[in-house]
Design a protein around this ligand. Sequence first.
Ligand SMILES: *[C@@H]1O[C@H](CO)[C@@H](O)[C@H](O)[C@H]1NC(C)=O
Ligand SMILES: *[C@@H]1O[C@H](CO)[C@@H](O)[C@H](O)[C@H]1NC(C)=O
Ligand SMILES: *[C@@H]1O[C@H](CO)[C@@H](O)[C@H](O)[C@H]1NC(C)=O
Ligand SMILES: *[C@@H]1O[C@H](CO)[C@@H](O)[C@H](O)[C@H]1NC(C)=O
Ligand SMILES: *[C@@H]1O[C@H](CO)[C@@H](O)[C@H](O)[C@H]1NC(C)=O
Ligand SMILES: *[C@@H]1O[C@H](CO)[C@@H](O)[C@H](O)[C@H]1NC(C)=O
Ligand SMILES: *[C@@H]1O[C@H](CO)[C@@H](O)[C@H](O)[C@H]1NC(C)=O
Length: 293
Amino acid sequence: MSSTSTIFQISLLFFITNLLLSVLFPEYVYAYDGYDECSKSFRCGSFTNIGYPFWTNGQSEYCGHPAFKLDCEGDNVTIDITSQKYHVLNVSYEYQILKIARTDYRSSICPKSFVNITFNVTDFFNITVNDEYATLLYDCDPTEDQAHNKFSCPINDRVVDFYFTAPTLTGPEISARCNFSLLVPVLDIAIERLIDFSMTIEQVIKEGFEVKWNLDAEECFECTDSGGKCGYNRTLNDFTCFCPDQPYSTKCRKGPPYFASLCLMTGVYMFYQKSTKSKDMETMMAIASSPFF
Ligand SMILES: *[C@@H]1O[C@H](CO)[C@@H](O)[C@H](O)[C@H]1NC(C)=O
Ligand SMILES: *[C@@H]1O[C@H](CO)[C@@H](O)[C@H](O)[C@H]1NC(C)=O
Ligand SMILES: *[C@@H]1O[C@H](CO)[C@@H](O)[C@H](O)[C@H]1NC(C)=O
Ligand SMILES: *[C@@H]1O[C@H](CO)[C@@H](O)[C@H](O)[C@H]1NC(C)=O
Ligand SMILES: *[C@@H]1O[C@H](CO)[C@@H](O)[C@H](O)[C@H]1NC(C)=O
Ligand SMILES: *[C@@H]1O[C@H](CO)[C@@H](O)[C@H](O)[C@H]1NC(C)=O
Ligand SMILES: *[C@@H]1O[C@H](CO)[C@@H](O)[C@H](O)[C@H]1NC(C)=O
């Protein structure tokens, strides 16, 4: 038997087995949409390999969690948390931490109006132990003028002096003599740099802060481990594991079809052996092209 004819025979064997499989178990050959769609990780700004729970425009929304939609515009990666847009500065899957900064501070750290600014903790994002709430105080008693860490901003057509304070930033106690305050989450480490003069107040605020995302990482590991792709079913409002055959609530089920395909392959092979012995290739071709397929 020549090697070309062996290759031909093996190819034919695979071709016929696949045809039989596609008829008997179509869902195993034509992978479920969610499985294919959510297999691809994506690139967002300078972040590569982004995947569940994150998703982005142009991707099926069931590949990610509703609270974790990223907007990727060139190098600007943003996320909306309680209707506030934040720049995503870093992503750590290992610790489930995002480093974020409000987009409206990118051009200027001056508040546009007299409102308290804070980070609203949600079910999915919370500030971390590396953050602290800095306070911007304004409309203060003029005798505070000698205070450090002062900057001014135009608000409502007047120039307003701000004082920057933070729990770990020692300085004169001035809050008692100011009418307004703004709370801004910042990083402890940035406050340290402010103290040793290696950062300005503006840099401290633009440096952003960390939030921990609160989603069970275990369910995605378990799904991936079983050969599935993590996703989220918005109808059920729950995690879903997209497997080659269908979605499951936790992980892929390995079952009879694998065994069945093995039996089928053996069966086809035995039939093939028998028919080649009788040199009846025409029978094989006839079966392969019969209307049954
Ligand atoms: C990124 O954001 C900056 C400032 O907001 C803006 O000037 C720039 O055009 C943005 N880049 C893209 C690609 O959207
Ligand atoms: C926090 O929640 C309040 C009240 O719902 C809202 O007015 C404010 O804009 C939110 N702030 C941020 C930063 O999301
Ligand atoms: C993200 O943070 C890690 C360590 O915290 C650092 O090594 C990495 O360079 C940061 N990546 C970006 C894009 O800032
Ligand atoms: C901000 O919140 C603090 C306490 O939470 C309050 O004393 C202050 O008046 C608030 N400022 C504004 C501008 O709402
Ligand atoms: C957020 O984190 C703080 C401390 O980091 C913790 O005290 C608080 O309970 C957390 N809140 C939620 C809703 O998880
Ligand atoms: C706080 O506001 C009140 C009323 O507008 C004003 O009389 C007072 O001078 C202000 N206090 C400071 C320290 O500016
Ligand atoms: C979500 O679950 C519903 C009900 O089980 C199902 O009909 C739907 O196809 C599922 N959606 C996805 C994207 O899996």
